[in-house]
Design a protein around this ligand. Structure first.
Ligand code: 5GP
Ligand code: MG
Length: 179
């Protein structure tokens, strides 16, 4: 995999530090509250798994599967589809939706739509990366580890054609990839 990487843009150590810092904020904000964290599959998986292990109080976990990309394309489909929804009852719970990256905003807005219909006490958005420049919908992260520029990135949950999710850092691929 490493031969296909052009450049590491966020190191493993920096991710660890920022995830821990962000967890401290979440701990302060949600202590003594009923918190359900909802990860967006597959991209949000690694971030969610690392984040929740810093949290010392009881927290419920669920996932949604959302498809925003067709096949191996690096451009988003017009709309995001919820392929598999949450199972937990989040009525009267505080909900934190966790994803790898906030890009156009379609995936998170669609997820927020379905969560809000379940009457939670609050819903907030937590992402590892924010690609502000590409936003098409009015949505901003409540918690975010890093701002990134408008380049296609992989690693730490983010894939290209379902590969590279297991890289421990965030990187840009070499140009020869079809992207
Ligand atoms: P949005 O719906 O906000 O446009 O896109 C969110 C989803 O698109 C993310 O959950 C992520 O899976 C994917 N995505 C957006 N930007 C990138 C990127 O730079 N790299 C990768 N691998 N996926 C991205
Ligand atoms: Mg995703």
């Amino acid at each position: 995999m490493e031969a296909e990487i052009e450049k590491i843009i966020i190191s493993e150590a920096d991710i660890k530090d920022r995830v821990r810092e962000l967890a401290e904020r979440i701990i302060a904000d949600y202590e003594r509250k009923e918190l359900t964290m909802i990860g967006i599959l597959n991209g949000g998986l690694i971030f969610l798994a690392d984040l929740i292990r810093h949290i010392p109080f009881a927290v419920k976990i669920d996932t949604v599967r959302v498809n925003a990309y067709a096949g191996n394309a690096t451009y988003p489909k017009r709309e995001a589809d919820i392929v598999d929804s949450i199972r937990l009852n989040v009525k009267d719970e505080h909900v934190l939706v966790v994803d790898d990256i906030l890009d156009t905003g379609k995936t998170l807005l669609k997820t927020l739509d379905i969560v809000k219909k379940l009457n939670p006490l609050s819903v907030k958005v937590c992402v590892l990366l924010n690609k502000q420049e590409r936003r098409e919908r009015e949505i901003n992260p409540d918690y975010c580890c890093f701002e990134v520029e408008n380049r296609f990135v992989v690693g730490y949950g983010l894939d290209y054609d379902n590969r590279y999710r297991n890289l421990p850092y965030i990187a840009v691929l070499r140009e020869k990839q079809d992207k």
